[in-house]
Design a protein around this ligand. Sequence first.
Ligand SMILES: [Zn+2]
Ligand SMILES: [Zn+2]
Length: 139
Amino acid sequence: MKTASSHTPRLTRAQRQIHLLLEQADETLTAQTIHQRLKARAQPIGLATVYRSLRSLQVKGLTQARALPNGEWAYGLTSDDSHYLTCLNCGTSVPVEDCPVQSLEEKLGQSSHFQIFYHTLEFFGLCAPCTGQLETESP
Ligand SMILES: [Zn+2]
Ligand SMILES: [Zn+2]
């Protein structure tokens, strides 16, 4: 867990709503899911605006995105430094307990004078049920 940055950038209403939704969610969400959840809360925001707001939130260093095997992006907060093992067959994602690259991020930030907002680290393969299933299916 990283601590949230001390300054809060100014956000539009849509950006605030999306940020709040991600804060309350206990998982990363796709733009489609964000779009649907806001609609269910009677806070409808067009899908194009959801994408635009997510992009703005990313540049402000508040949200991060990771690519899912199906080509969609899942969004979360940068304060949530979590990594996943993802099954390429069924798409199941399992969180990885520790982040092994936090010190590397700090080092890079100091040596490159880059303001680093987040990093991604992903593991892909087959989950246990899929491994068993594919083994019995193969000739
Ligand atoms: Zn699987
Ligand atoms: Zn990490």
